[in-house]
Design a protein around this ligand. Structure first.
Ligand code: SF4
Ligand code: SF4
Length: 708
């Protein structure tokens, strides 16, 4: 009888492990385990029901191979997590330790009942050794996570809850008691063996357990067996507690993570399209259940690691915006409070039906609270610069920007509620096709002002053939400082004989600011006008002066069937340098700090082209803590270029904070590649003592000033 009691014996002729020895009624465990499994599936069902409340259309089943690879690399390779090496590798070992221990336990169990797989001899020794060693690494991993949370205490973990500690303790207890049980079994087997060779294989099969066996050196046999029996049951109880608690605690991320890796947004940088906007009956998201199921699942997937918070320029300059706490966790608590009412329609008078037991929650979100006015709040929504720091660094691929944009859309297009400066920018874009509000008829005047009209093929006046369309954007036409950048670029293209044309007054604002500020209707009107003009002139390749125009034309115009080969000007300059079409005057090396614009960097992954250009002109780029993927926003993205930013007591404005970071290594110059960054960083530098001596220049100007 496989379920009857059997004692622990000495070693065996063939190395093996006998499962359930010394445990009376061991068979009961197979019945009792149905309880935690039942609770697990009940919890699973409740969470999935809540996700199904979502109304949006989020299929996410295209590109299955890419999605499967995303699951494999992020689940088994923990690729996104190990971007933070200490905690990332700690989690990596914890994950693999659990996987191997689970597989080994399942294999022993099966072998003891059905003699398959054959866990004897060398197979037993190797499988047991792998599980034993990775289990030890898992203990080290859990200690790293605990030390980080409770001793190092980085600011990103500033909302530690009691449950975080209980979960760490539970996992540690499962792992640790597993080794003590193993140690007790081996200690008993040593005592029962007539020769050491009978049990010596356990030194290789269970090296960690062998060490733990030393704990029982002074104990008699009865004591060892009692410890073994009691700890075995305790170990089972806490393992069952672990299984049952998964859907009700942050352990849920074990499953939501894998789902998130599959259904994540594969396209790097676009906000969601509103199709058939003319027929829409409402705009954006006003109530939590109007988000799609993926957005609701995101709220469950958040592990409160705070990587988004750490990257956020809003949070780091004292704003109420915190992508972890005042966006994702606020929405999660609100959803948990509201879900019972949505699932079972009854009057929403209070939040006593809250389905989360998380009494430590640090945010409020009563069931009947307004999502956009009380749960997330307009101040939070307007503070976001769309820098993509949160999205890029989130290990669960949570889509913060899309959620913020949907709520902004509701504020702007449904509630008619927006900052006065946003309203003014919209009016300017509607009337004059640029946010500055300067007359649209003067859009091409900068060419005469800068004396470069004869170097530019103006469409349709000049009517010449062209390879590239230079999409100048609004800044080059209406911002005096950026006109000089346009002049430098045109002269450089002229020197390299680049075949390009410019639309002049036929060019409209790209629509980026309108879209990111939530005015999707205006964005679509501007984008449609540009696409129509591009088609009219047979445009195939576009060079953008501004990263915002670059991003929107490259990644968002395709949503409206505007599909072109799109380049940022730095990519073209890098190509011209590589092809030897630009000759550089050798000069003294310049020590400079380079500011990665968010829409070129994190949104589009262009880091090298600007650096190649700077190095080609003898630039020595200062090392910065915050550069490339870790770059810090200038404060103007997400349409914030047009909104006032109030400095919070004890903090600098975003652009001042960024200027200070860029000046830390005492550069002679700061280099930018975006009109918004140029303005913001220049303004940031102006409030410092360095304002007289430190130049802030665009890459196009720097390169042009070094041409032969
Ligand atoms: S949203 Fe992502 S990065 Fe932010 S706390 Fe949650 S899991 Fe971490
Ligand atoms: S996009 Fe940038 S500013 Fe907006 S919430 Fe994310 S990190 Fe903060």
């Amino acid at each position: 009888m496989t379920s009857s009691y059997h004692p622990i014996e000495g070693g065996y002729d063939i190395p093996m492990r006998v499962v359930g020895a010394n445990i009376p009624y061991e068979w009961m465990i197979y019945i009792l385990m149905l309880i935690p499994i039942g609770i697990f599936f009940y919890g699973f069902y409740r969470r999935v029901r809540i996700w199904r409340l979502g109304k949006g259309d989020q299929h996410r089943i295209d590109h299955p191979r890419t999605r499967i690879w995303s699951v494999i690399s992020n689940t088994f390779g923990q690729r996104q997590l190990i971007r933070k090496p200490a905690v990332g590798w700690g989690h990596f070992f914890l994950f693999w330790g659990f996987v191997f221990l689970f597989l080994a336990t399942a294999a022993w169990g099966m072998w003891s009942k059905i003699n398959f797989p054959p866990m004897v001899g060398k197979t037993y020794i190797i499988a047991s050794a792998i599980a034993d060693i990775t289990g030890l690494l898992a203990i080290i991993g859990i200690l790293v996570l605990a030390i980080t949370r409770y001793l190092v205490k980085p600011d990103r973990l500033n909302d530690t809850r009691a449950m975080d500690g209980w979960i760490l303790l539970l996992i540690f207890a499962i792992l640790f008691t597993g080794y003590v049980i193993e140690g007790a079994r081996i200690a008993a087997q040593i005592k029962l063996s007539t020769t050491l060779t009978q049990i010596a294989y356990e030194q290789s099969a269970s090296p960690v357990g062998w060490i733990f066996a030393g704990m029982f050196n002074g104990s008699n046999m009865a004591g060892i067996l009692l410890w073994h029996r009691c700890l075995w049951w305790f170990h089972m109880v806490i393992a069952f507690l672990f299984i049952a608690s998964v859907p009700f605690t942050k352990l849920w991320h074990i499953f939501t993570g894998m789902i998130a890796y599959y259904v994540r947004d594969l396209e790097s940088s676009h906000v969601r399209m509103v199709y058939n906007i003319e027929e829409a009956e409402s705009f954006g998201v006003e109530n939590i259940e109007e988000f799609g199921w993926k957005d609701l699942m995101d709220l469950d997937a958040c592990i409160r690691c705070g990587r988004c918070q750490e990257a956020c320029p809003g949070y780091n300059t004292g704003k109420v915006l915190n992508p972890k706490i005042t966006v994702i966790q606020a929405m999660k608590q609100h959803l948990d409070n509201k879900a019972p009412y949505l699932l079972k329609p009854i009057p929403a008078t209070d939040d006593t039906l809250a389905i989360t037991d998380d009494e430590d929650a640090v945010v409020s979100g009563a069931a009947d609270a307004s999502l956009i006015y009380e749960v997330v709040t307009p101040d939070v929504l307007w503070a976001c610069t769309n820098c993509r720091g949160c999205v890029y660094h989130c290990p669960m691929f949570i889509e913060h920007i899309d959620k913020i944009t949907e709520m902004r859309r509701n504020l702007v297009m449904w509630q008619g509620d927006m900052p006065a400066e946003a309203q003014s920018a919209f009016t300017n874009m509607e009337r004059n096709y640029n946010p500055w509000g300067v007359g649209r008829a003067s859009r091409a005047n900068w060419l005469q002002e800068r004396g470069i009209r004869d170097m530019v093929n103006l469409v349709p006046e000049d009517g010449k053939e062209f390879e590239y369309l230079l999409f100048g954007g609004c800044a080059v036409a209406f911002d005096d400082r950026f006109k000089r950048v346009g002049e430098a670029l045109v002269k450089t293209f002229h020197a390299a004989k680049v075949s390009f044309a410019y639309l002049g007054t036929e060019e409209h604002c790209c629509g980026d600011s309108a879209r990111r500020l939530g005015n999707e209707y205006l964005y679509q009107a501007l984008a449609a006008n540009n696409i129509e003009t591009f088609e009219k002139y047979g445009v195939k390749k576009i060079i953008c002066l501004c990263p915002h125009g670059y991003n929107v034309i490259k990644n968002e115009y395709p949503q409206m069937n505007g599909i072109y080969e799109v380049y940022h000007y730095t990519e073209i300059l890098q190509k011209l340098l590589t092809e030897g079409k630009l000759k550089i005057n050798s000069s003294e090396p310049i020590r400079l700090s380079y500011h990665d614009s968010c829409f070129l960097g994190r949104h589009n992954g262009i880091y090298q082209a600007p650096r190649d250009i700077l190095e080609a002109v003898g630039g020595s780029i200062t090392p910065l803590d915050k550069s490339k993927q870790f770059g810090f926003c200038c404060g103007a993205g997400g349409g914030r270029m047009w909104l006032e930013e109030e400095a919070i007591d004890g903090f600098k404005r975003i652009n001042e904070a960024r200027a200070e970071q860029l000046m830390k290594e005492n550069p002679e110059m700061i280099a930018t590649n975006c009109p918004f960054c140029l303005t913001m960083i220049s303004d940031g530098v102006k409030v410092t003592d360095y304002s007289e001596s430190l130049k802030v220049m665009d890459l196009a100007e720097i390169l042009f000033s070094h041409l032969k």
